[in-house]
Design a protein around this ligand. Sequence first.
Ligand code: KIV
Ligand code: ZN
Length: 515
Amino acid sequence: MKDRVYIFDTTLRDGEQSPGASMNTEEKIKIASQLQRLGVDIIEAGFAAASPGDFDAIKRICEVVDRSVVCSLSRAVERDIVLAGESLQGARRKRIHTFIATSPIHMEHKLKMKPDEVVRRAVDAVKLAKSFTDDVEFSCEDAGRSEIPFLKEILDAVIEAGATTLNIPDTVGYRLPQEMGALIKELHEHVGERAIISVHCHNDLGLAVANSLFSVMNGARQVECTINGLGERAGNAALEEIVMAMKTRYDVFYNVETGINTKEIYPTSRLVSAITGIEPQPNKAIVGKNAFAHESGIHQDGMLKCQETYEIMRAEDIGLEHNRLVLGKHSGRHAFKERLEELGFELTKEELEKAFERFKTLADKKKEIFDDDIRMLIASEITNIPQAFELVGLQIADCSAGVPSAAVTIRHSERTITDAGIGDGTIDAIFKTIDRISGHAGVLKDYRVEAVSQGKDALAKVVVNVQFDGSKTAVIGHGLSIDTMLASAKAYIGALNSYLSMLPSDCKIDSCEGV
Ligand code: KIV
Ligand code: ZN
């Protein structure tokens, strides 16, 4: 009998703490559904007390996730725990994850609390969490720099209070693999069968995956990780690397198994990068663009003779099929729907109609449509966010000699409005004109463009990060088009719609009055 290593995914919580990775509720729902398809045991859906938006996203995720456990994070504070409990009310399977710092440096400088007080707070937090669910996880924040006797003391106390999973985070990514292994061994021997030991490793020294694997070798039976290694600062341990290391080196990890369907790794990675706009580096293990590419002649020759000369895993095992040529402009609705199902998308009738319409428009302009084009179309263009503003037309003046200018036509509240403006460049002219028409002033924090799939007629994917109306929170917008300027305008309007969808309804002033 093999032991199960539970995979706890925190892409939607710690991953969202990556600069520029904030996601709206609809996007989080798409990712949560895909994480469930991937076979993740526990989905940390957010930090309920962080904002009404986070609370709402957790609630909505509970409505669509029915196999994985949905988890809500909370500090060891009464209000946080109550909100976490309330956010999970609709979940089929739920967990509250509560934490407090245990390292001398955090207790003295951040919490300004004595160790005894920290233990009391942890116990109270776990007891309160238990009134909402039996499944309670407790984390000793900065365990990697905490004293082992104190860790044992607080773990004993929270087990007594009802904690069922004990998480040992290396919050600042400080430990070396053999040190992390030794820490987990000692705590595992101390805790025994009383609770599951979990680890949560950050990647500040590039050791998060190694530290997680050493922890599993020494008794950890839950690993916290994220897709593409997203997360605070240098990120968290990458789910895909941990899972594939355990699968590929089954000679070492022969006594454990995960419930992950590895063929869903690549689609999940693509979805997360499409939504967050953060691409894994090309040489990133498992999901980087070059992870299965063989450039040198000697390697290519070896591969042709025997694949295993230079490959320890098969691309198919992570669901990476060579970008098959898919449908063309003569393809019908039925073929399109089947292809979507093969790619793992389950759309409602209405979403399917919308997607098919976009596909047809694309197929009119682009000869060859690849799987990645379709994935991107679904991830970034099919949205349930109310489209307060919709791009109807865009005209760019020849900017080779004169001042860059753009004429933009937008539909809003059943009216069609056209305006034109100038800027320091064409993109600047487009964005300024959209600001003027909508009455919402945006500050562009980030702008990225890249080609989806291959060919001169490849789709341009634009991702923007914008702060509107002086808000401190930047929202992400995506745009997809054969034309980069059009993709930019769509992305900017997407960000604006996302911003408006997050405002309380009485704040959605009709700013177009008088335009
Ligand atoms: O890094 C950390 O310590 C955390 C905890 C909240 C688990 O993210
Ligand atoms: Zn963390």
